[in-house]
Design a protein around this ligand. Structure first.
Ligand SMILES: *[C@@H]1O[C@H](CO)[C@@H](O)[C@H](O)[C@H]1NC(C)=O
Ligand SMILES: *[C@@H]1O[C@H](CO)[C@@H](O)[C@H](O)[C@H]1NC(C)=O
Length: 335
């Protein structure tokens, strides 16, 4: 297969994942494992032929498997571990909301890639992140905000362990997660570092809704502060955390934010940056280049490029960690 054919195939299978997720096939098979295609079709109110095709695609993706049932005339299906852990809507590390977000919000961006390229601008009036929720726009409705925050929360939870354990932060006592949204990263950090307390800074509208996500773990060591990280004073901390913030900012905003963090830091303070780092040589299709195509206001950078920018703000890069997972990380210390 050529690379192009291969990518078309991947795209098709991704749509199968979106669809199975939308129809809650993985929830169904968690509650009732061992249904056959006809029974599943009935439950999700879809055609038998279409359902069979969808199930086969899910099997080939390793999301479902057929169970060997002697005596049963038709194959019956059950979730694989992957589906059990990540695709059920109520799983601890569920990506259900994120997958929905990919289909509803990110995917359409790629369908407008032609105009994005012509204009060189974001096509995402409709794609708003926590940190840029403004009064005008689609994000106006609480329902839309909540849906978006669910998506961010579910992907942050899955990435949180990588971020929290990328480096040893045990010598620090206080952290500030800048644009920390629902606190998914903050709660993971206090799990890994029992002596750490974390302030999550985000816009008032985000902080208000984020309470809905804290019921399960509420803990005194995590506090939320409403504010705009570009305008308001930053909470004092030994470690400033920036997870998927910088790639989304214009150069101007990026420098404003880094200057504020640098001013708030005393020598020895740490900055933990988590992003998808571009390969230095830009070889091969990568997650970073894919993210670049979605044309945010900001841009994707390699670890070396981030290092250089941070150096201009007085930070020395101590370590870089590539994960090949959701996010890579870099640890810098104020000189
Ligand atoms: C994906 O999003 C489109 C809108 O862009 C919507 O029409 C479609 O139903 C969605 N599909 C799934 C599987 O969620
Ligand atoms: C680019 O860099 C990656 C690792 O960073 C390496 O695996 C790959 O071989 C490099 N490709 C080229 C063409 O140099």
């Amino acid at each position: 297969m050529t690379k192009f054919e291969e990518n078309s195939v991947n795209k098709g299978f991704l749509l199968a994942l979106f669809t199975a997720s939308k129809f809650c096939v993985f929830d169904l098979l968690h509650n009732k494992p061992g249904l056959d295609a006809e029974q599943i079709a009935q439950e999700i109110k879809a055609s038998v032929k279409g359902t069979e095709t969808l199930l086969e695609a899910c099997v080939s993706l390793g999301l479902l498997r057929t169970k060997d049932t002697t005596g049963h005339p038709k194959p019956v299906f059950e979730n694989t571990e992957l589906a059990t852990h990540f695709l059920r809507s109520d799983a601890c590390f569920s990506l259900h909301a994120y997958i929905q977000h990919c289909n509803d919000t990110l995917w359409p961006l790629f369908s407008h890639l032609d105009s994005a390229v012509q204009e060189g601008t974001s096509q995402r009036e409709k794609v708003k992140k926590c940190k840029e929720m403004s009064e005008d726009s689609f994000c106006n409705s609480r329902e839309a905000k909540l849906r978006f925050m669910h998506a961010m929360h579910s992907s942050a939870k899955v990435a949180a362990t990588d971020v929290a354990t990328a480096f040893d932060l045990s010598s620090y006592k206080t952290a500030c997660d800048v644009g920390g949204c629902t606190g998914a990263i903050a709660y993971e950090l206090i799990k890994v570092y029992p002596d750490l307390s974390v302030t999550v800074l985000d816009l008032p509208a985000v902080v208000e809704i984020s309470e809905l996500f804290q019921r399960q773990h509420a803990d005194k060591r995590v506090t939320f502060k409403a504010g705009d990280f570009l305008k308001d004073e930053l909470p004092k901390a030994d470690v400033y955390i920036l997870v998927r913030i910088l790639h989304d900012l214009t150069d101007e905003k990026l420098h404003i934010l880094l200057r504020k963090i640098s001013d708030a830091c005393t020598p020895g303070c740490c900055l933990l940056l988590s992003e998808i780092f571009l390969e230095e040589n830009r070889s091969g299709p990568s997650r970073g280049l894919l993210q670049a195509l979605s044309m945010s206001e900001g841009k994707q950078r390699s670890a070396v490029e981030y290092s250089r920018i941070l150096k201009d703000h007085g930070f020395i890069t101590v370590q870089v960690k590539h994960t090949n997972n959701f996010l890579d990380s870099m640890m810098c210390v104020k000189a």
